[in-house]
Design a protein around this ligand. Structure first.
Ligand SMILES: Nc1ncnc2c1ncn2[C@@H]1O[C@H](COP(=O)(O)OP(=O)(O)OP(=O)(O)O)[C@@H](O)[C@H]1O
Ligand SMILES: [Mg+2]
Length: 541
């Protein structure tokens, strides 16, 4: 609910308001399970929509989706309204303009990002790579960049990894060492992401985050709900998504300066997943983005169970705070409660640390920045009820709302444009075809040579036969002529010989025999030599 342009959030000693111009100073909603975090963020989102600020929410359990439906009155609600200083008669229940999104395209319009949008640093973090493997992933991106091959979808990344592995030797001089072990390790880590559905998340059309920054025809900010029920089952991909969104916002948004309200506010639920075992360099990056994005008019709220889930450097940037009840059984939890209490500006009326453990459902310690940017003294407040429904949307209503999203047609179908995978595939096909053609040519050549040899062999046999006949004829003639030779008969016989055999006859054992008979010249020469000498021997005997 909005009063004088400020978002009413609840009431402690007095009503507490979120000041729109202070929302780019970010915030935190923390508290144990079932203490009221989701409803608090719903109340904030409704107020933001009322003042024309679009919102993004991660819906982990599916219960945020009720923003699209009207809430219902009840005695309990009326009691709460009275406690927060709202006249129940003036409170209206209604749904808010909501659009549903889902990385898997089931509970909402698909949301996609490209691999190059993600970049090697974030991917390394998501894949939990070592420094060496991260170096290799950097090379993979660099090679693709230099070659002009786009890394869009998951198969592009896989194809590029294979390519880099196969060409590591030739790439080494320009890019450095790429070990096959590192490539293998990265490929194995990709399998986890693939199982999580990364093939659906990485691709085109990739989301233009500015498409989330819209208002409806009445000027209400659109509430963009990311259906995360399935995504949350895959923490690595969920963290990937959150990181990508942060970096995308940072890249895309222009400087906005001080404005009376933010351009958009993002609520990241289960934010601890973003920071779990996060390396220092990544936390530094997130701190940097959170700090700088403020001047771009973007507000970010992290939602998590305990503030201790969030690194101190990030926590220090979250100025609007709602702390629901925290349980403190273990020493670690007690420490976390103390830390949470100390992060508030103390209220002389109560001891913050004592109150955190005993807050009722839908009640919280609240401290928001005032118009001057000063954190208010902590209040123990009852949070307003939402105007939309506190239950989840049913499947039929969700399906209907998905198709009503005016951006659904733009994003519903995946597009597979030419990128690294297609180019490398084409190259491989070409190389395979060339190899096949070379093999076929080689086989044909061999066959030809065999045939040639066969022909020579037949000719040789024929010549031998003719020579044998000639010898016989000559011998017969000699007998008939009483030992004298016949020149005429000789030339007739010679006619029957091949040119090869004629040469043999003219100059036995000369080079020319080798030239004609090729590789087998030695045997042939020998055979021909002996044949002819036999013959001549026979003739001039
Ligand atoms: N401001 C509120 N107004 C009315 N009812 C509330 C309010 N806050 C909490 N409740 C009640 O408490 C229930 C639990 O709240 P909510 O779902 O917000 O808890 P949560 O902290 O998000 O829990 P979880 O960590 O399990 O997601 C709600 O379903 C609702 O019935
Ligand atoms: Mg919740």
């Amino acid at each position: 609910m909005v009063t004088d342009g400020k978002i009413l959030m609840g009431k402690g000693e007095e009503q507490v308001f979120l000041i729109p111009s202070m929302l780019n100073r970010h915030g935190l909603i923390a508290g144990a399970t079932g203490t009221g975090k989701t409803i608090t963020l719903k109340v904030m989102a409704e107020g933001l929509s009322d003042i024309g600020v679009p919102v993004f929410l991660a819906d982990i359990k599916g219960d945020v989706s009720g923003t699209a439906l009207s809430g219902t009155d009840s005695e309990k609600m009326q009691g709460r309204l009275t406690k927060v200083g709202i006249n129940p008669a003036e409170f209206t229940y209604h749904g808010y303009p909501s659009r549903f999104w889902d990385v898997y395209g089931k509970g909402g319009t698909p949301v996609r990002a490209t691999i190059s949008d993600m970049g090697p640093l974030m991917l390394s973090r998501i894949l939990d790579l070592t420094d060496v493997q991260e170096g290799v992933l950097n090379i993979v991106f660099k090679v693709a960049d230099d070659k002009g091959w786009k890394l869009i979808d998951f198969k592009d990344l896989k194809a590029m990894l294979t390519y880099t592995g196969e060409h590591s030797k030739e790439l080494m001089t320009t890019y450095g060492n790429v070990s096959s072990q590192s490539i293998g390790a990265i490929q194995r880590s990709l399998l986890t992401l693939e199982d999580a559905g990364a093939e659906q998340f990485f691709g085109e059309p990739n989301l233009d985050v500015t498409d989330w920054m819209q208002t409806d025809k009445d000027g209400h900010g659109i509430i963009n709900v990311l259906h995360c029920v399935e995504l949350y089952q895959h923490p690595a991909l969920y963290a990937t998504f959150m990181l990508w969104l942060l970096s995308e916002l940072f890249e895309v948004m222009p400087e906005a300066g001080d404005a009376d309200k933010p351009k958009m506010v993002f609520f990241f639920d289960e934010a601890h997943l973003l920071f779990n075992d996060a390396p220092k360099v990544l936390v530094e990056k997130i701190v940097q983005v959170v700090k700088l994005i403020r001047s771009k008019g973007i507000g970010i709220f992290f939602i998590t169970q305990s503030p201790s889930d969030i690194p101190d450097d990030v926590l220090a940037q979250l100025n609007n705070r709602v702390q629901h009840a925290l349980r403190a059984y273990t020493p670690a939890e007690q420490k976390a409660v103390r830390a949470a209490a100390q992060s508030f500006r103390p209220n002389p009326a109560f001891k913050t640390e004592d109150v955190i453990g005993s807050l009722g459902t839908g009640c919280a310690l609240v401290s928001f920045l005032d118009e001057e940017g000063v954190p208010s003294i902590v209040q123990q407040a009852m949070i307003c009820p939402p105007q939309s429904a506190m239950k989840a949307l049913d499947d039929a209503a969700r399906a209907q709302l998905i198709t009503m999203n005016p951006l659904h047609d733009k994003y519903s179908a995946a597009i597979d444009n030419e990128s690294a995978y297609e180019i490398l595939n084409e190259q491989k096909q070409k190389a395979d075809e060339e190899k096949k053609a070379a093999e076929e040519a080689e086989a044909a050549k061999k066959q030809e040579e065999e045939a040639e040899k066969e022909k020579e062999k037949e000719q040789k046999e024929k010549d031998a036969e003719v020579l044998r006949e000639a010898r016989l004829a000559k011998a017969e003639a000699t007998i008939k002529n009483g030992g004298r030779t016949s020149r005429k008969r000789e030339s007739v016989v010679e006619k029957g010989l091949s040119s090869a055999a004629r040469s043999i006859g003219r100059d036995v054992g000369k080079q020319i025999t080798r030239g004609i008979l090729g590789s087998s010249h030695k045997t042939v020469e020998k055979a021909a030599g002996s044949l002819v000498s036999n013959l001549l021997g026979g003739l001039f005997h």
